[in-house]
Design a protein around this ligand. Structure first.
Ligand code: PLP
Length: 393
């Protein structure tokens, strides 16, 4: 009999998010007709922008003609999209070659699959609180996890300490769930550390489009030395509303080598085996995001979310409660009042203000006592929720 991968027994069950919806439903059953203000979801609410929609329609039409029809495409992505992305980096002063860009079905898929490149005996460092997939994907592949708890003292942006023993290093900046974003200088410290140790940084840039501050890099490749130690995983999910459409990209420099092997060449080999690529239609839609028109339209959408962030931040400022995030990320991370644990605060907010957010403990033990709000809700709901928050405290 074939043995299953027993590492799956080490995974925590999905109790957390089930419990979250169970408590919300219980409240609605007890209070029929009540309106819940949802500040918990990490999903976008704005539709795809017109430039993307037009490109998608055009691509569908292409597929209906002998002349423009496309069958199998390059596994690593079409040249037009990889070029558009390389040029997007160039406009920001970062040199990325077209064959260092790999098109994916999203950051979530890529974060799991990229682990194929590394020895399962290596150690993965996860800065916590963290996006749960970092821990779960490594548990599934049997890798040892080094948890690095972060806290308010360092603004949830810890620096590497010489004793850290890690081979793979996850950095999510701007961060989900804390909304904190690494400034250039701190990111440089991680890059230097990784190069010294021969470690590889998996840089999750899913939220780079929300950055406002000039000293916060959009790409780890803005940091000298990153090309020899980092892989950048990007997504159009939050940047351009692709959560349900699905498209991401990964930048893996040719200068990144370990044990005499080129990780870029290995990833190309992996892609040609593991996938037949992303559909032509989606890649055409994605390419529209990088046109001047597409960029202008997605900035307008992000501005709607940013307005929500300002509304929530103003409310939290009034309460005097400690929080971070909101400026460079679509998340606000607040400390629960009076030493409350994060589930008790969830219950209190639901009961007294009909607001649903996410208890921090769902992102690792050191998230206990904290709470996450997102800015992806509707402006009306966010406005009312902010008013209720300010009144409650
Ligand atoms: N990385 C982080 C930090 C996220 O928060 C998410 C989604 O919420 C993802 C990756 C997954 O993104 P995608 O929709 O591209 O799979």
């Amino acid at each position: 009999m074939i043995e299953p991968n027993r590492h799956y027994t080490e995974l925590q069950d999905s109790y957390f998010f089930l419990e979250l919806s169970r408590r919300s439903e219980e409240y609605l059953t007890a209070h029929p007709g009540a309106h819940i203000y949802k500040l918990g979801i990490g999903d976008v609410s704005q539709p795809l922008c017109p430039a993307v929609i037009a490109a998608l329609h055009e691509a569908v039409d292409d597929q209906s003609t002998m002349e423009h029809f496309h069958g199998y495409l390059l596994e690593s992505g079409t040249q037009f999209l990889r070029e558009a992305i390389a040029q997007h980096y160039a406009r920001r002063g970062v040199t990325v070659a077209e064959d260092e860009v790999f098109i994916s079905s999203g950051a979530g898929d890529e974060l799991g699959e990229i682990l194929d490149l590394f020895d399962p005996v290596s150690r993965a460092l996860v800065i916590e609180p963290a996006y749960p997939a970092y821990v779960d994907t490594n548990i599934m592949s049997g890798r040892e996890i080094v948890h690095l708890p972060a806290g308010r003292d360092c603004g949830f942006l810890p620096l590497p300490d010489g004793d850290l023993d890690a081979d793979l290093i996850y950095i999510c900046s701007p961060n989900n769930p804390t909304g904190a974003a690494f400034p250039r200088e701190k990111l440089q410290a991680w890059v230097d550390f990784a190069n010294r140790r021969g470690a590889v940084i998996l840089f999750d840039a899913a939220y780079e489009a929300f950055i406002e501050d000039a000293d916060v890099p959009h790409s780890i490749f803005e940091i000298p030395g990153a090309e020899t130690c980092a892989i950048e995983i990007c997504s159009l999910s939050k940047t351009a509303g692709f959560t349900g459409t699905r498209l991401g990209y990964t930048v893996l420099p040719k200068a990144l080598k370990r044990g005499g092997m080129s990780l870029n060449a290995m990833w190309m080999r992996n892609r040609t085996t593991r996938t037949n690529g992303v559909s032509y239609i989606l890649q055409k839609g994605a390419a529209a995001v990088f046109t001047p028109e597409g960029q202008r339209q997605i900035r307008e959408q992000i501005a709607v979310y940013k307005h929500n962030a300002k509304t929530l931040m103003a409310a939290l400022d009034k309460t005097g409660l400690w929080y971070c995030g909101g400026r460079n990320a679509p998340y606000l991370w607040m400390q629960c009042p009076d030493g409350m644990d994060s589930w008790s605060f969830f219950d209190l907010l639901l009961e007294k203000a009909q607001i649903v957010g996410t208890p921090g403990v769902g992102f690792g033990a050191c998230g206990e006592g904290y709470f996450r709000f997102t800015i992806f809700g509707s402006p009306d709901d966010t406005q009312e929720a902010a008013k209720r928050l300010a009144e409650l405290f």
